[in-house]
Design a protein. Structure first.
Ligand SMILES: Cc1ncc(C[n+]2csc(CCOP(=O)(O)OP(=O)(O)O)c2C)c(N)n1
Ligand code: SF4
Ligand SMILES: [Mg+2]
Lengths: 361, 619
């Protein structure tokens, strides 16, 4: 294992790349396994986007690892011809932490669902994010437990009628973006299964980020929660509701007279006002690299179940030391200080300790 | 030297007891180190409360450390002390019951105040009311002499008082003719940055020694001759330290990095502490958010080719169950250390028990066999760690190493090995496809097994051409593709079991000097010492008894059934309600007789000797 004490800056630093004369195609990343999601499932689009994107990333295929939990989403690794592990419910971030920490030369991705990541695996998710392990976490949010056939999830809306909430759910949902920001995540983004271009751009930004990246992907489950994101998928509705986050730019939705923009209200909170009448001095510009997460957090709270305004894109991307680099550099420094890797003698010295005695006859 | 008489003893058991804040563990450790350096054989057992500082001077706050040393082989920390050092009334009250009449009591008279006596329900002062007539009592004002000895020092009274454990150590060192140089250099290391405290501790140590030499109340000092031992260099070591070093050595001999994922829990945390300080040996420690994440990180690292290790105690093993099951399905090497403590639930965190055996064997969903190994002594923890790694990496399986609280904190002398003599644990990492597909192209079959070990290839990410997916859904043998085929599942369940059953483990060895004993006494784990000592006692009294010890619990040694069937009676002491007995009865249809106790303490050898006699008589 090579160790770079100068703390690498890119998510893919240290991962072997293809040579100049080598190239990979989508086919190289497609395994021989038959894909078994329901027809029309949003997971297909995400898989296609990933298979299209990975060749462009330029990394050696054998140095890419996908680790998933359990759920429909979690079948993802089987369909990619990289190394992969379909693990157990909720635990993928923990397993990925061990792998990424011990292997700097791997690009490690976690695929998880809203139930997998936020119910049973909530603890591992927040700790992976706060540690800032160099792993990319793709959270397929269909606001439902798909694999277990349609119970409400921690992202289901209050009132959602599901198999296990016949009278409507009374559970207050999480907003995954708010949760991730609260957990000290250094990279948080939201994108959508059906917007291939946006999805690909977001995956690329996540891959390049060094540290934990949380990408929430709105994913339609046509079987158990069809149309959950219809309002933001319909072309006309979408442009009126979706606010694309562009660094340095105002945060806006809609066209012409209907255009609205995010402003800072008199009390300091964020609000949405018609662009035509908004006080230009109060118009908020997106600051993706802001070390203070409060504006990103406020943006994540603008949204509500009616999708009146939905910020999409990268909420936050800041550089801070990663856990795995920190761990590796301590080990490397200790070995370095000792004058190189331990030989038999060094180990014997350890075993001997300070108090030994000898029996010679 | 002193004009006092010296007597030679063949063995001594000393118990240091005091308040948790009195430094009894440290005093015991140092006395042990002095004793070890004299070449006595020895065994130790600390006993401390779960609370960091229970209310001062109360019974729950008593902490003790027992040391047994002798001029011959020592197998246990001693059934009962010969000498009790009691730093306060609570320590006396809590331990007097274990001290046979005639034994020596050294008590800090200063601490026997009205208030302290009342705290533990002594109506009058036992040091003065003659209730201790049957014991040899030395009431020494340890605290005030220590403070007086440190009169010149610019320290607070509290700081001076705190050195009284060194005074006691000095006194005991004089009594048993122990050298104090080792303790002096230890203190110099410990208080390197605090010259005043160092000087005070050294002065208290010397004052204690001088007190023994000059005062009239101690007329005799003792010596214990060296025990015959194999030639070599020795040190004293606890089970937890031996486990930590064992895994470092195993990774070194495997040529792979060691990655520990762990969450703190008594009595396993020491292993995490030790390994976190051994980065120089390429050791990575991940203190995870919980036990599930700890074992997850270890498994992730194992997938990447490292030696993946997780350490815990019973409640943590319960949390790790699902991930261990995943490792069974993935067929990856993984080592889980369970330092057993009293259960169920939180139970007795600082006390010992052997009640996780069935949890280790069967505590997972589905048929999920793993290898299980239990060290017999603190020193054996080192070898058991290497053995666990050998099995895990050779057979690509989880291995559970069952230690316990008494092994973890107990200590004994260890003849240091040459690293080059330790087993070679190198396993080859595959680099080439091992199969061809329908079209004749080379391909990688992740579940194509080694015909001898039934292990699948341990192909790690970063190896071109070996890309593959593993997972907890049932896999088709050879290809590793998801399979719901009934016959394949049946085959895989049986294959995983067959792989464990086929692990190469040494035969169990029977120790029977008579050659025709009819009773076999069997043990596993930390009961080795008391059982072996009990057999020795019985044989010395003319009884014929055979003895054997199980180190491998899954799979059992191949000859175990024959051994069990060869005796009229098999007696099995366990610190649980008969868990191994249940397994042996089920597997071998032998009417194993259980002897069980779950008092949080190791068996005494006299207790086991009585059990042996009862069974001999019953035949
Ligand atoms: C320990 C455990 N508990 C429960 C389950 C059952 N289970 C499987 S997937 C799942 C929910 C998955 O929901 P989500 O993560 O949203 O994934 P989706 O299927 O919607 O993609 C549950 C409860 C399980 N496999 N393991
Ligand atoms: S149940 Fe829903 S999420 Fe699962 S595969 Fe079917 S459509 Fe997709
Ligand atoms: Mg879901």
């Amino acid at each position: 294992m090579s160790i770079d004490l100068g703390m690498p800056t890119l998510g893919t630093s240290g991962v072997p790349r293809l040579g100049e004369d080598e190239s990979q195609t989508k086919k190289d990343f497609t395994s021989d396994q038959e894909v078994r999601w329901c027809p029309g499932c949003g997971d297909y689009a995400i898989l296609a986007a990933m298979q299209g994107f990975l060749p462009d990333l330029g990394l050696r295929r054998e140095n890419i690892v996908f680790i998933s939990g359990i759920g429909c989403a979690a079948r993802f690794p089987y369909y990619l011809d990289t190394f992969g592990m379909h693990s157990i419910h909720g635990r993928a971030p923990a397993i990925a932490t061990g792998l990424a920490t011990s292997r700097e030369d791997l690009s490690v991705w976690v695929v998880t669902g809203d139930g997998d990541a936020l119910s049973i695996g909530g603890n591992h998710l927040i700790h992976a994010l706060r540690r800032n392990v160099n792993i990319k976490i793709l959270l397929f949010n269909n606001k439902i437990y798909g694999l277990t056939k349609g119970q409400y999830s921690p992202t289901s809306d209050v009132g959602a009628v599901t198999k296990s909430s016949p009278l409507g759910s009374v559970d207050q949902p999480f907003d995954p973006v708010s949760l991730a920001l609260g957990a000290e995540a250094s990279f948080v983004a939201r994108t959508m299964d059906s917007d291939r271009k946006h999805l690909t751009a977001t995956l690329r930004a996540a891959a390049e980020h060094r540290g934990s990246a949380l990408v929430e992907i709105y994913q339609n489950c046509p079987i158990f929660n069809d149309g959950a994101f219809q309002l933001v998928k319909d072309r006309d509705e979408a442009s009126a509701r979706i606010m694309q986050l562009v660094d340095g730019e105002p945060i806006r939705a809609g066209e012409g007279d209907a255009a609205r923009v995010v402003v800072r209200g008199p009390e300091g909170h964020l609000a949405v006002e018609p662009e035509a009448t908004a006080d230009p001095a109060r118009v908020v510009r997106h600051r993706v690299n802001d070390t203070d997460p409060s504006q990103a957090f406020a943006l994540s709270r603008l949204d509500d179940p009616s999708f009146a305004q939905l910020p999409m894109g990268v909420f936050r991307s800041v550089s801070r030391p990663t856990y795995d680099d920190g761990v590796r550099s301590q080990v490397a420094a200790a070995i370095d200080t000792a004058g190189g890797p331990a030989d038999d003698r060094a180990l014997e010295q350890l075993l001997h300790g300070h108090d030994t005695w000898t029996v010679s006859d | 030297m002193s004009s006092k008489t010296q007597q030679i003893l063949d063995r001594v058991v000393i118990r240091f007891a005091g308040d948790s804040g009195d430094g009894m563990q440290l005093t015991g450790d140092r006395f042990t180190a002095e004793t070890a350096s004299l070449g006595n054989d020895l065994s130790t057992l600390p006993n401390f409360p779960a609370e960091i500082r229970a209310p001062q001077g109360t019974l729950p706050g008593v902490s003790s450390f027992q040391l047994h040393f002798a001029d011959h082989e020592v197998l246990t920390p001693g059934d009962a002390p010969d000498v009790l050092v009691a730093m306060n009334p609570a320590a006396l009250r809590a331990n007097l019951g274990d001290l046979p009449r005639g034994g020596v009591i050294i008590a800090d008279a200063d601490e026997f105040t009205k208030r302290n006596l009342a705290k533990v329900g002594y109506p009058t002062n036992p040091l003065e009311d003659e209730s201790l007539e049957s014991w040899a009592l030395h009431a020494v004002p340890l605290t005030s002499i220590t403070v007086a000895a440190l009169a010149e020092f610019d320290l607070t009274r509290k700081e001076k008082e705190r050195a009284k454990n060194m005074f006691a150590l000095g006194l005991l060192s004089w009594m048993y003719s122990r050298p104090t140089v080792g303790t002096e250099s230890f203190l110099k290391r410990k208080f390197a940055g605090k010259p005043a405290i160092l000087a005070a501790n050294l002065a208290a140590l010397h004052a204690g020694h001088a007190y023994g030499e000059t005062t009239e109340s101690f007329a005799v000092s003792y010596t214990v001759q060296r025990a015959p031992k194999a030639i070599g260099t020795y040190r004293n070591i606890t089970g937890n330290l031996a486990i930590a070093y064992g895994f470092v050595a195993a990774a070194h001999r495997a040529g792979r990095p060691l990655v520990l994922g762990s969450y703190p829990i008594t009595p396993a945390s020491d292993i995490l502490h030790t390994l976190s300080g051994l980065k120089r040996f390429g050791v990575t420690t991940i203190q995870a958010e919980d036990e599930i994440a700890g074992v997850g990180a270890a498994l992730g690292a194992a997938f990447g080719g490292a030696i993946g290790l997780t350490t815990t105690s019973g409640p943590g093993l319960a949390l790790k169950a699902e991930t261990i099951g995943l490792a069974v399905s993935l067929e990856l090497p993984l080592v889980i250390v369970d330092v057993q403590r009293g259960g169920p639930s939180t139970g007795l965190p600082t006390k010992t028990e052997q009640s996780d055996l069935l949890q280790a064997m069967y505590g997972r969903n589905g048929e999920s066999p793993v290898a299980v190994i239990a060290p017999a002594t603190p020193v054996d923890c080192f070898d058991a760690a290497l053995e666990a790694v050998r099995i895990a990496t050779t057979y690509r399986t989880p291995v559970i190493l069952l230690s316990d609280g008494s092994l973890a904190n107990g200590s004994e002398p260890w003849r240091l090995p040459q690293v080059g003599d330790l087993p070679n644990l190198h396993v080859e990492a595959p680099t080439e496809p091992n199969s061809v597909d329908d079209k004749g192209n080379p391909t990688f079959a992740p579940y194509l097994r080694d015909p001898n070990t039934l292990a699948r290839p341990w192909a790690v990410p970063g190896t071109p051409g070996l890309e593959h997916r593993v997972g907890g859904i049932e896999k088709a043998d050879v290809t590793g593709n998801i399979s719901y085929d009934p016959d394949n599942h049946d085959h895989m369940v049986r294959t995983r079991q067959a792989k464990i059953d086929g692990i190469d483990v040494p035969d169990i060895v029977v120790d029977d000097p008579s050659g025709d004993a009819r009773v076999l006494i069997l043990g596993w784990g930390s009961t080795y010492g008391p059982i072996a000592e009990a057999a020795r006692l019985c044989r010395a009294a003319g009884a014929k008894v055979a003895r054997a010890h199980l180190r491998h619990l899954a799979p059992f040694p191949g000859n175990l059934g024959d051994v069990l069937r060869a005796y009229d009676r098999v007696v099995l002491p366990e610190m649980n309600l008969g868990q191994l007995a249940l397994l042996l009865r089920g597997k071998y249809l032998v009417d194993v007789r259980s002897h069980t106790a779950v008092r949080g303490l190791p068996f005494t050898s006299t207790e086991i000797a009585t059990v042996i006699h009862e069974h001999l008589e019953a035949l």
